[in-house]
Design a protein around this ligand. Structure first.
Ligand code: PLP
Length: 409
């Protein structure tokens, strides 16, 4: 009998490192353990009431398909918000509403690249980019960034040797998940210049755009490179407004032909969700700036709480994020996945434990992240401190029970 085999693509698509240990966390919960979840960027701040009211007041009698480009109201409100806050002179024609930034990224990969083409990315990277590359048949080429150098982008002359005849785009996430690095204007302008000289697209993932700390100003790349046809901005309401489950994102480009091609793909998948788009339009039309200001100061305080708590743990080296809501911390262990598993299966303190994401899956070269974890500071300050204190106690216990797995400091 002939055996059935799946596509190369199916076999190459990696599991999410963020969700990898979720089953163990669930078992811990079922054993009655309280699990502090620092593993996933699921914000706990309340979604805006304007969105909730928008959903509740949905008046349609048939939930019909929206247009493939997105709802007119949402496109109008989103472009107005971008013009008000960033003065980029955008019209709805340059925007395409997608099911989260995730779908916008898949569209961008699909329209920029043929199978086998390459996209330069900065390593470590948002792990799902690897999934999007597997789906689209593109190859990600990692440009190494290091904890010692606060994950700053490499210089132009260090990047250029990685450009090959197959390179089609550079992808940068600003502010960055998982490193928390925020690009300087000079770095962004260096990428813009390089993409112009080398005939490449520049995909800028601005999912965390507003979340920048220590007095930094949020930056949309189109402020630096107005109406630049090489640039594709990926945007999302998921994190900015605690709306991960609404699945609303968008792709922005001034490249007509590229937008037309993306629109054809969008037509093939029909439309993004109708009710959520209506509610999002309602929200963007009525929300006060205060919502975001409060969210930014809360995340900034959580970041400080996380860094202070980590500083108390011997042998841990962490980066101080300038934006976003993640940080990478190197632990004095050989394999952070084994340690994260230990926290969920063998350890608890007064019925509590902490769930962190092993960072190897965020590195294209997994071995570079073997001793590192990613922490999402999405819990309130008190819980963040407590979760990290428990992590420290867990590390101490791990070094007693599994000394062969630990590095002496
Ligand atoms: C850098 C980055 N880009 C894109 C996404 C996907 O966001 P969305 O929920 O809008 O699909 C995420 C989600 O965590 C992310 O961290």
């Amino acid at each position: 009998m002939n055996s059935l085999s799946l596509s190369h693509r199916a076999r190459k698509t990696p599991p999410s490192p963020i969700r990898k240990l979720a089953g163990l966390a669930q078992q811990a919960v079922e054993r009655g353990t309280h699990v502090y979840r620092l593993n996933i960027g699921q914000p706990d701040l309340l979604s805006p009431v304007e969105f909730v009211r928008g959903v509740q007041s949905y008046s349609g009698s048939v939930v019909a398909y929206e247009g493939s480009q997105g709802s007119r109201e949402l496109l109008a409100q989103w472009s107005e918000y971008l013009n008000r806050d960033y003065r980029i002179g955008i019209t709805p024609e340059e925007m395409l509403i997608t099911m989260g930034a995730s779908e916008a990224l898949i569209f961008a990969f699909m329209v920029c690249c043929d199978p086998g083409d390459e996209i330069l990315i900065f390593d470590p990277t948002y792990a799902n980019y690897m999934g999007f590359s597997a789906i689209s048949g593109t190859r990600l080429v990692p440009l190494p960034c290091s904890l010692e150098n606060r994950f700053a982008l490499p210089r132009g002359e260090e990047i250029e040797p990685f450009i090959s005849p197959y390179t089609r785009a550079v992808l940068v996430c600003n502010p960055n998940n998982p490193t928390g690095t925020v690009c300087t204007d000079d770095e962004l302008l260096m990428l813009v210049d390089m993409c112009h000289r080398r005939g490449l697209f520049l995909i800028v993932d601005e999912t965390y755009r507003e979340f920048v700390y220590d007095g930094r100003k949020p930056r949309c790349i189109f402020e630096l490179a107005p109406r630049d046809e090489h640039i594709i901005v990926i945007d999302s309401l998921s994190k900015r407004f605690s709306l991960c489950g609404a699945r609303i994102g968008c792709m922005i480009t001034w490249h007509d032909e590229l937008m037309r091609a993306a629109f054809h793909i969008a037509q093939a998948r029909l439309a993004a969700p109708t009710i959520e788009q209506e509610a999002a339009a309602h929200m963007l039309g009525g929300i006060k700036r205060r919502y975001l200001d409060d969210a930014i100061s809360e995340y900034s305080a959580r970041r400080d709480a996380a860094i202070e708590a980590l500083a108390e743990i011997k042998g841990v080296v962490a980066s101080v994020p300038q934006g976003g809501f993640y940080l990478l911390a190197r632990l004095p262990v050989l394999d952070a996945e084994l340690f994260a598993t230990f926290m969920l299966t063998e350890f608890s303190m007064a019925g509590h434990t902490t769930f962190v994401a092993p960072a190897a899956g965020f590195y294209m070269r997994h071995e570079l992240g073997k001793s590192t974890i990613r922490i999402a500071f999405v819990l309130n300050q008190q819980d963040t401190r407590e979760a990290i204190r428990i992590l420290g106690e867990g590390l101490a216990e791990y070094s007693k029970r599994h000394p062969e797995q630990c590095l002496s400091s």
